[in-house]
Each structure stands twice: as C-alpha cells, then as structure tokens.
Design a protein around this ligand. Sequence first.
Ligand SMILES: [Zn+2]
Length: 442
Amino acid sequence: MKRLLLLSLFVLALNSAFADKVKVRLFSNNRIEALYVSFDLGIYDLYADDATLLEPGLGEGLSVELKPAANGVSVAVNGYNYGTFSRVMLRATDTACILCLNPRNVKQRTYEGDLVVSTFDKSSLKIINEVEFETYLAGVVQSEIYGDRSDIFRIQAVISRTWALRNINKHRSDGYNFCDYVHCQAYQNRCVRPDIMLGTMQSSGETIVDANGKLIETPFHSNSGGQTANSEDVWRSALPYLRSVQDTFSFRMRQSNWTKVIPRNQWLNYFAKTHKLNIQNDSVKRILLSFSQPQRKAKILGVPLTRVRTDFKLKSTFFSVTTDPNSGDVILNGHGYGHGVGLSQEGTIRMVSLGISYDSIIRHYYTGAHIHRDENVSERYVANFVTEITKIIEEDKANPGKKKSKKDDWLGKLFRVRDRQDREEEFDPTKQELEGDISVEW
Ligand SMILES: [Zn+2]
C-alpha cells in the first residue's frame, strides 16, 4: 500500500507545481558551529556519504547533533557518536515531514523537505534545505509580508515566484539556488500559517511577464509614500514596466511617514565635504535647507538622493527639508519606506482591503505587465488543495481557543486528507514504469 501511495503521489506531482525542488542555504547570514536537529512531524532517513547510516528512520523524540570537524561533519544521534562524514543528509520519507533546527547561538527554526549538511571549513557548517519550490515560496511569503487576507499573500507569492524563476541560478557556483537572506529572498522559517499557504497555492503556476511574455524584474518595497519611483532614478536601467505611478493607497499605513532631525552643520558640511557644494553661496544653502518634493525627484543639486539616503540611513529618498525656527536644526519630513521601485507592499495591503482585484494591483505597480498562467499546472490539483486548506482555515476559525498539538499542524492535517484521497484513487498499471524514477528507498 505504501508503494502504491508514493507512486500515486509522484504521478500527481508530475502535473503539479510541486514537481521541482530547490536548494536553499539556511542560516546564510550566520556562522554555524553546531546544529541540533529534532523532528516535529514524519520520519526522516539519515544518510552519511550517500549510505544509510541507521535503520529505522528518525522521528519524534530523537535528536541529531551535527558539528564541523577537521575532515567533515561529525554525527551523533541521541548522544551516541556515529563518526565523521563529508556529507550528511536527512531525507523526508513522506510529503508531510517537519524538521526543527537549533543551531548554537541562533534562534530555532522549522523547515519541510530534506536537509543536506557539509562543512565550509573545520569550524562551520553548510546547511542546505532541499525543498519543493512552492513550499519554499510559502516560507518566503511568510517572511516578506504581513497581512490577514489571502490575496495579499497571493500577490507576494506571484512576485516572489517570478523573482525566483528569473534568479534560479543566482548561487549556482556555490552549489545551491538561493540563500535565505534578503540578498535573495528572506526564508526564515517554513510556512506555519494555512492562509499564507492558501494564497501561495492560489497563485500556483502564475508569473508576471512583460508585453513580450518575458519574466519581469519584480522589485518591491514596504511603502511608496504616495508615489513609486522610476527604476533609473534608483538603479541604472530604465525598465518600461518600472515607471513612477501615483499611489495614494500607500497613505495612512504603518510606514507612510517618517521624520528625522539632523544638526544643521552636519547636514550642510556633508554636502560641502562629500559632494563639493559651495555652501557659502546663499542660493545653494537655501536649496539645501528648503528642498521639497511635491513629486518624487532623483537629485538634490545634482547629488543623487539614493546616496543621501544611504549616508544618513533614511527610510526613503522621498523627503522634504525644513529647519527648526529655534535650534536651526534640519528636519526631514519623509514619506514611505524602501527604494520605492515596483510594488508597494502596504499599498497592496490597502488595495486588497478595498476589494481591488489581484490582476489590477499587479498592473498598477508594474506598468504594462500582466499575469501569465502556466497551462501545465493542473487546475484540478490546485482546486483540491485550495478546497482542503480552506476547510482547515474554517475549522481553526470555529475553534479559536483550541490548543494545538504538533499533530494538529495544518500540514499534517492537509496531507492526511490527501493521502486518504490517493488511497481511494484507482491504481493505474500503465504508470508503473515511472517507478524507476522514484529515488526514495523503502
Ligand atoms: Zn543570495
């Protein structure tokens, strides 16, 4: 029965968005000197240098300790040392498996999928999560945006999917696809919220393309402050779909406005020393002390505002300058947070709350772009997934105070439902030849 079940899951996967796995380096912003792994759901097989290290697999109650050593990774299970190996792998035996990772000195995180651990040197570990692409994306969406409506997550998912597909080889020379830090996209944990998974699944197979059908760059930022920026005013190239647009949806949100006070001399001397402006000249001084941006500008007296933003650690380049009548200090009154190019996340949150459609929001922020739907992603598969996860969300809403055990995690629930459906599906003998492609051993 198990053989049949895995086979049907595999056949299903061929037609679904789950077909591809990606390799993501975890804790890429930290140096990891020891990693403790425990198991929240499912059974994991432990491989060392591609051979099974122990039988049966590992599950709840067991823990693996991995440490860098002179010639590889040293492995201990529940305190018993198994030796040192160049490459250690924890492979999920099922679609619903969750690992809990506790590196020394870094906050605990949980992930789905497989884990491959090797070393950078004799004192640090290289930790790679091999995970289904859509599962990775749901984790990215959870790390990158806040909100409480699935359309918000659907939009972040289509943006993050488009970015990931364009940048799939970003870390190829390092031996993985992405890091888990903002250098690529933040992936700070597995997705623990069913509504985020729902939004991600609703955008399954969707990407954002330009008029020629090519994947676009999809930059986003927290809040535009009321007007987005042209790409060439922030970076080098002028892209036709990254045009400045009026964005009143970004008003009255958490990051809509900011203020910063800077001593008058520090402000003026900065332009004199760093940018060689003659601050003795009255008109230069007047502009520096009363600069305003009713519309976004790219420069102040020829100095790029992006440079000023970096040097003074400002939330945005969209600010005006006044002076305090008593102290003479410079007051910057700013709008928004981030580079301002592309989609405003808080503008999106506002647009979704006003009932504006998913497609219209994308078109508002990415001029002339549109959503492309991949015909190969099975609509039936997505629809089933959406139905089941919607039921789980409704159930959770109906029992708000219910204390949840690990077994009540939405992932476990979802896959129990799916496993039951698969068992009920009729066995198709013509698909037996696919068996050789399954690399899972049992
Ligand atoms: Zn990266």
